[in-house]
Design a protein around this ligand. Sequence first.
Ligand SMILES: [Zn+2]
Length: 74
Amino acid sequence: MGLFGSISQWTEMRKKKRIENFKSQGTCPNCQGKGFNILESEMMMGTCYDCAGCSGSGSFSAWAEINQLSRRFL
Ligand SMILES: [Zn+2]
């Protein structure tokens, strides 16, 4: 395995670790469990959007299901 292989493995490991962290908290990685995403410009107008990652539920299981990672991470 060359240098590139090591780096991509490291990146993959970090990504997995981050997901593991959200999994243990039971929160959606996209919105940190808030269930919505607010863009700074939108916040000025008082609008917010349901998180696309978890469809607004804020839960990790919903996020995993929507992103079809349930078999890999649950
Ligand atoms: Zn979310």
